[in-house]
Design a binder for this molecule. Structure first.
Ligand code: 13P
Ligand code: SF4
Length: 346
């Protein structure tokens, strides 16, 4: 690992020695959310992954929805989709292992065409990414000539290649506003599109994609939480329906929710999002009580320690993108990265 990469890892994981810890050194981090009986099962894979990372000169990127034993022990870089896209561009290693879903691995490959990008399970998809194809985007452009296309990163490289610019939930408002247009086509998350429309003066033409995790939350979930847990602060992801976001105390990307908890230290909080999020934010905020109504993302949960170990042992599954698609998709991601930080708020 280069000096720069070691410094980056130290910045993110200040308690991790640059030459790497052993699993036994790491349990203290997760003991609040991982019982000893489970840790005993995880430990051999964690030790093997830490060794393989050094041997392969590999870096592990993990999304906030990864389980706590992945997120807090083997991952070098963690964050929301925006942070992972940004950090992927600066990785100084030969191999990137993406602990997240397929579109995230594709984005890492777009930002690092010369590096080997692995995903521990090729079947880790996303209901939003599966809701739209490049041909759908071309048809929308014919139906709405001259209207710019903003594409959520939760899409395939093929869809990104047909787009003017990408966005994440952490910068969607800033990206839409950066275009200075009266109307934009916003793909593929219908709910995020409506939440962004409510925060901008821009007319938004949505697609009918939905996140299968967030579409299941309803306003009654929040009413029940407030009734059963007086004083609770409720934070919702903007992939939830507008009616849910409207009754939440705050809405933002996974990183923005984590920042809210770290900065405001609510005594009691509920994160209306994927289940592992609360575990990971709880590890970093021991004084906060988390009430956990959540939905599991079956795609994120395909990534496990044994599969990460297998990916590094066999150097599979490699994610590659045809050059012609990659060049156009990269432009849309790079335009997004150039737009300053911003984000949805209720
Ligand atoms: P963010 O981490 O960008 O908020 O995205 C949430 C998500 O559902 C990713 O799949
Ligand atoms: Fe896709 Fe939703 Fe799972 Fe994120 S949580 S990967 S948006 S299905």
């Amino acid at each position: 690992m280069s000096t720069e990469a070691a410094a980056m890892r130290q910045a993110i994981r200040p308690d991790m020695p640059p030459d790497g810890p052993r699993a036994a050194d790491l349990y203290a981090r997760v003991k609040r959310v991982v019982p000893p009986v489970e840790w005993a099962v995880f430990e051999p894979d964690i030790d093997a992954i830490l060794r393989l990372k050094r041997e392969r000169n590999a870096v592990i990127l993990a999304h906030n929805y990864q389980t706590p034993e992945i997120f807090n022990t083997v991952a070098d870089i963690v964050g929301d989709s925006l942070a992972l896209a940004r950090e992927a561009a600066d990785v100084d290693a030969d191999v990137i292992v993406m602990c997240g879903v397929h579109f995230m691995a594709e984005t890492a490959k777009l930002m690092n065409p010369g590096k080997t990008v692995l995903i521990p399970d090729l079947k880790a998809g996303c209901s939003l990414a599966e809701s739209i194809t490049g041909a759908d985007v071309r048809a929308l452009r014919v139906a709405h000539p001259g209207v710019p296309v903003v594409t959520y990163v939760n899409t395939s490289a093929e869809v990104k290649a047909e787009s003017d610019i990408c966005c994440t939930s952490g910068n969607a408002v800033a990206v839409v506003e950066s275009l200075g247009a009266d109307r934009v086509i916003f793909l593929p998350d219908e709910y995020l599109a409506r939440n962004v429309a409510a925060q901008t003066g821009v007319e938004i033409i949505p697609w009918q994609g939905r996140c299968e995790v967030h579409e299941r939350f309803v306003p009654a979930d929040i009413e029940t939480l407030r009734r059963d847990h007086p004083g609770i602060e409720v934070l919702a992801h903007p992939e939830c329906d507008r009616s849910v976001v409207e009754v939440a105390d705050f809405a933002g990307s996974t990183a923005e929710m984590a920042r809210y908890v770290a900065e405001r230290h609510p005594s009691r909080v509920a994160l209306i999002t994927e289940c592992s999020m609360s575990d990971n934010v709880a590890v970093a905020n021991p004084g906060v009580e988390f009430v956990r109504p959540c939905n599991l993302c079956p795609h994120m949960k395909r990534i496990t320690l044994p599969r990460i170990r297998h990916a590094l042992e066999t150097m599979t599954a490699e994610v590659n993108i045809p050059v012609e698609v990659a060049e156009r998709a990269r432009r849309a991601v790079e335009r997004m990265v150039a737009v300053g930080r911003g984000g949805p708020r209720a």
